[in-house]
Design a protein around this ligand. Structure first.
Ligand SMILES: [Zn+2]
Length: 519
């Protein structure tokens, strides 16, 4: 793993046909009717593709087994194969058994095969969903028997015959206890790669909060294993899913959207007919006006729109990976959340996910940016406040001086601190900041207390919306006792004074920051 941010990681997946970097978008190609060639996908930097083994078996049969799927679809890189689960979701059943499908996927040389599963879909009653989960598990048991029979190295206990990576498909959808049950059971069966099944309807309905909870349930069950998200091909879904720890995605959205004249952009999809301009610089958009695209014969227009959509997906993957490198994934996901209110709702769901903060680096090279109350929940600040509550004791119990954080960095070597120290010779000096809570000066050089830039207009919001500030301050005052508390109060803390739990026996002096002068 190269680097991490939130629950996202940049890593590498190694298959018999080569390695590829994750997070990765894996475009779906039809094994028979390819409208976009795999070589075009490769030229754009998509290193792995997915195709449907069920359709390949119906159309090519033995020819696919003889030639192998790489020759059939003309792609020499890693190929993932779906097994008919999608057809089950669409048509109810397929006329093939899990064992036959597993043997076929092995015979055609799939790098990342998927067992024949029974997708839960979305909106099923609990007991029906449970029966689908059980059917998938029983299919998987049949698949495992086939994998074992095909093993070349009989002593190897890894769930693989020739180096291929089998996918443990997790069903259960919005029934999160079924998701946890399904994921834990597959983990015990030896899978090293997992896929979250059937969230397509959730994503189509923009139910990003439920999707986030589905990913959380999976990640808590199999915390470190690579996770694939089926059917995620929307520019708004990908950054959220990456931030929550999904590593690979597949979708046919680029071609399906193209058929419906839907033009992808980094902030969502637009209808071609509604556009006056093409807000993109890809070769398709550079060569065409909106009218020229609309006037094309449907087949040409679909290909051109599909290519444009692929450029947008590629750009999205690069942008999200660069954000991981920069330690700015939180900022990036928040930018995206401005594109749709339901995505912002999902941010309010994930702000309470503890696993995100556990995986966020404890030190980052770049300053974090703080704009508005939601940013108090970013993982670096939650980690900081936890540290302050659990590991910090004030070195001095005489006077606590609370002074407003003016954004001076580093504060410990500032002239303001020198003046404060000479005025309050016997005091514990703490800056107060709506995003951090408190910053005791003796730790004002550690990350992230001196590695941040915050807007000075934070008090445009109701101070009570900085709930973590208030919690931290009240806990700090319980954990540390002082003979007197001296507050140099700005507008923000003045409004909070009625709800700050100041200790009753302690002398409290409040001075207005406006007009306050240091010698
Ligand atoms: Zn374009």
């Amino acid at each position: 793993m190269k680097c991490t941010d939130l629950a996202a990681r940049i890593g590498k997946l190694t298959t018999p046909h080569g390695s590829f970097e994750t997070p990765s978008f894996i475009p779906v190609i039809h094994p028979v009717k390819q409208q976009i060639s795999p070589s075009f996908l490769k030229s754009l930097g998509f290193e792995c593709i997915i195709t449907n083994a069920y359709i390949a078996s119906k159309f090519y049969g033995e020819k696919a087994e003889k030639q192998g799927i790489h020759q059939i679809v003309d792609f020499d890189g890693p190929i993932m194969t779906d097994s008919g689960g999608y057809q089950v979701l669409e048509y109810g059943k397929v006329n093939v058994t899990p064992s036959i499908m597993a043997q076929f996927e092995l015979d055609i040389g799939s790098d990342i095969p998927v067992p024949l599963d029974k997708p839960t879909g979305y909106g099923l009653p609990y007991n029906t969903a449970k029966s689908y989960v059980d059917e998938t598990i029983s299919n998987i048991d049949e698949t495992i028997d086939i994998i074992r029979k095909n093993r070349t190295d009989k002593n190897n206990d890894i769930l693989s015959s020739k180096g291929e990576i089998w996918t443990g498909t997790i069903q259960g959808a919005e029934h999160f206890d079924l998701v946890r049950y399904s994921a834990s059971l597959l983990d015990k069966k030896g899978f090293s790669f997992f896929a979250i099944g059937s969230p397509v309807e959730l994503m189509e309905a923009y139910e990003f909060s439920t999707l986030a909870r589905l990913i959380e349930a999976t990640k808590l069950s199999v915390p470190n294993k690579p996770i694939h998200l089926f059917g995620a091909g929307h520019p708004l879904t990908i950054p959220l899913a990456v931030a929550l720890g999904c590593d690979t995605f597949d979708s046919a959205s680029y071609i399906l959207y193209a058929k419906a004249n839907r033009y992808m952009s980094s902030s969502g999809t637009l209808r071609l007919e509604d556009l006056s301009y093409l807000p993109c610089c890809c070769p398709v958009c550079s060569d065409h006006s909106v009218k020229e695209l609309i006037d094309e014969i449907p087949q040409t227009r679909i290909i051109n729109l599909a290519k444009h959509n692929l450029y947008v997906l590629k750009q999205e993957m690069s942008a999200v990976k660069q954000s991981i490198y920069d330690g700015r994934l939180w900022e990036y996901v928040l930018q995206k959340a401005r594109s749709h209110p339901k995505l912002m709702d999902a941010i309010h769901t994930i702000k309470n996910f503890e696993y995100i903060q556990q995986n966020t680096p404890v030190f980052k090279q770049k300053a974090i940016y703080l704009f508005e109350p939601i940013d108090q929940f970013r993982p670096e600040l939650k980690n900081y406040r936890n540290m302050l509550i659990n590991n910090y004791k004030s070195p001095n119990n005489n006077i606590l001086l609370l002074y407003p954080d003016q954004g001076i960095r580093p504060f410990y070597s500032s002239s303001v601190l020198r003046k404060l120290s000479s005025t309050f010779t016997d005091a514990s000096i703490c800056l107060y900041n709506p995003f951090f809570g408190l910053i005791p000066v003796e730790i004002s050089d550690i990350y992230p207390t001196s590695h941040n830039i915050f807007t000075k207009h934070f008090d445009e919001y109701d101070p009570k919306s900085y709930t973590e500030f208030l919690k931290l301050l009240n806990t700090f005052l319980k954990n540390n006792t002082f003979e007197s508390i001296h507050i140099i109060a700005n507008r923000f803390i003045k409004k909070l004074l009625p709800v700050i739990e100041l200790p009753k026996e302690t002398e409290v002096i409040i001075e207005d920051f406006v007009g306050y002068k240091l010698d």
